[in-house]
Write a protein that binds this ligand. Structure first.
Ligand code: NAP
Length: 547
């Protein structure tokens, strides 16, 4: 690294990503602390996850009045959400509004994809290279790349032979896709597939949904917000903020103290019925023991499976949809708008890949292994014009690893995480000084309402940097001992729950071939995590080392 070049244009902080995290981080460092901070963003606009995820039906599962920043009363006051759950386009509009309101765009380089980041021992800072070869120098490097930004297109034989068009939901064309008159195949029935299928089916000639693992889903019960509901949210904004900052999940509700196993059958059933009618992720707040006791969880599972069987008219299809192999909410629980009802339409077919495994993509569509009336294996081809991959992401670590980040002595993040992600408080990796991760592995992130987790992380990182500036420290790093301790705590919290018991969960990296299997988010709750982080700060950032 040329030290003259470094000194002349070195930033205080370089932030990667202009989604919820990056925008707020920029505001905190540039506008509140007067630091020289910049954002590099691969997309041509703000929005992060929501910039790319424009698939049919894309909508947030958090309610709009909590899926937003809380740091500015004026911002809360002057923004009006239109629906109970914000759609992707409205979230992008919101983030554009934030970027304009706080004049953030002038400090963001759009269309700038980071290809490498190298820590320099001589400069105690980072050299970050973008796809054009331009180098950017900064004391601090902050990743704000989201948890679900590296699309997973499974390696299915023959995809190159397909004569039709194919798309991954996380890289959806901005001009949209016209399904009218088309035979569409959708692979994947996670949160995304469950949102997309009803919308695709509303215009497609035919939709075939290829399901490998059946999934729970609870009705979202989305609706347009009334003027009264909007003004209630504004009037109660302080209380809502206090709630999302003090509960375990960052949503606008607390998980009940009541235990399913201590509740009599009829009462438990009535509670589930009420939660089903209310709809949304709040269903999981019905009882406290749903994620700690398999027996308790079975009661929720049986309730939802019963609903699926009632909603779907064809008994064979209903049985496949209700044949769920994991505890409720042990995978991220989807919520839907008419998902199960969609299978009652004449133009929709469920293909159960557990009965008829997917063999390959052909020129005409997808080929599965079925059996004929004599029980002999035969190939069954589904002719398709469009193939939609709702197959998820190389979640949490995928994008971080693709950035080719190198710490002390050139050690790569891939090497440091060869057995799974390891860091201190989800924020810092040993041997990678002055690097902070927002909502990275080891933090509550995806187990919470994301903006709540993001605000907590950004504020903690900003305070830490302010502390360093105040004390004239130039370097912060986490020793291995702190990392070991946090990894042990993260594992211990996960093991108290049913979360690590799921076969194909992306929480564990188990959806990506070859990815080390390790439960990645911190499962002890955002409230506990916040307390731990605050205590560390109060104790002069105990567990971190400064120089
Ligand atoms: P996902 O939960 O990982 O689901 C991927 C789906 O694709 C699963 O059904 C999976 O089956 C299937 N699949 C993957 N590879 C396959 C293969 N080779 N053959 C057949 N099926 C295959 O991904 P997602 O639905 O995109 O959701 C990811 C996360 O994004 C969510 O959990 C949520 O956190 C977030 N999200 C949020 C919202 C929201 O807030 N509204 C909306 C969408 C997504 P298996 O289960 O068998 O692996």
């Amino acid at each position: 690294m040329n030290s003259q070049e470094t000194a002349s244009n070195r930033l205080d902080a370089l932030i990667i990503g202009a989604g919820f995290s990056g925008l707020y981080q920029l505001h905190c460092l540039r506008d509140k602390q007067g630091l020289n901070a910049r954002v590099l963003e691969a997309g041509e606009g703000v929005g992060g996850t929501w910039y790319w995820n424009r698939y049919p039906g894309a909508r947030c599962d958090s309610e709009s009045h909590v899926y937003c920043y809380t740091f500015s009363k004026e911002l809360t006051e002057d923004w009006n959400w239109s629906e109970r759950y914000p759609g992707a386009a409205e979230i992008v509009s919101y983030l554009n509004h934030v970027a304009d309101r706080f004049d953030l765009r002038r400090s963001i380089d759009f269309g700038s994809r980071v290809v490498s980041a190298q820590f320099s021992e001589s400069d105690n800072g980072w050299c970050v290279e973008d796809h054009t070869g331009q180098r950017h120098y900064a004391q601090f490097l902050i990743t704000a790349v989201g948890c679900l930004s590296s699309a997973n297109v499974p390696d299915i034989e023959g995809l190159g032979d397909f004569a039709g068009a194919w798309y991954h939901t996380g890289q959806w064309p901005h001009e949209g896709v016209d399904f009218a008159g088309k035979r569409v195949g959708q692979i994947g029935t996670g949160s995304t597939g469950i949102q997309a299928a009803p919308v695709i089916a509303s215009t497609a000639k035919h939709l075939s949904v290829f399901q490998r693992t059946a999934n729970y889903s609870v009705p979202a019960r989305n609706h347009v917000l009334t003027p009264d509901q909007r003004s209630d949210h504004k009037r109660d904004a302080d209380a809502i903020r206090q709630l999302t900052r003090s509960n375990s999940n960052g949503h606008g509700w607390r998980i009940s103290d009541r235990r399913a196993l201590d509740t009599r059958d009829a009462e438990r059933q009535a509670i589930y019925e009420k939660a089903w009618t209310t709809g949304g992720l709040k269903f999981r707040s019905a009882f406290s023991d749903l994620l700690s006791s398999k027996q308790a969880n079975d009661t929720a599972a049986a309730f939802i499976q019963g609903k699926i069987r009632n909603l779907v008219k064809d008994p064979v299809t209903a049985a496949s949809l209700a044949d769920i192999d994991h505890p409720y909410a042990a995978k991220r629980p989807p919520i839907d708008t008419q998902y199960f009802e969609t299978f009652n339409q004449d133009n929709v077919t469920l293909v159960d890949l557990r009965k008829t495994p997917l063999l390959r993509v052909s020129e005409n569509g997808l080929v599965c292994r079925a059996s004929n009336s004599e029980g002999h294996a035969v190939e069954q081809e589904y002719n398709l014009d469009i193939l939609v991959f709702a197959t998820g992401y190389d979640a949490i670590t995928g994008t971080l690893l693709r950035l080719d980040i190198r710490g002390r002595h050139g050690v790569t993040l891939k090497q440091a995480w060869s057995s799974g992600p390891r860091n201190h408080l989800g924020l810092q990796v040993a041997q990678f000084p002055n690097l902070f991760m927002i909502t990275g592995p080891g933090s509550p992130s995806v187990l919470t309402n994301m903006p709540a987790a993001i605000e907590q992380h950004v504020e903690w990182i900003s305070n830490c940097i302010a502390y360093m500036k105040h004390h004239n420290y130039t370097l912060i790093e986490s020793p291995e001992t702190s990392v070991d301790s946090w990894v042990n705590q993260t594992n211990a919290e996960a093991n108290k729950t049913l979360l690590p018991t799921v076969k194909h969960s992306w929480y564990l990296g188990a959806n990506i071939p070859g990815k080390p299997r390790m439960f990645m988010p911190y499962a002890g709750g955002l409230d506990r995590y916040r307390d731990i982080c605050n205590q560390v700060a109060i104790e002069n950032y105990q567990g971190f080392e400064f120089s």
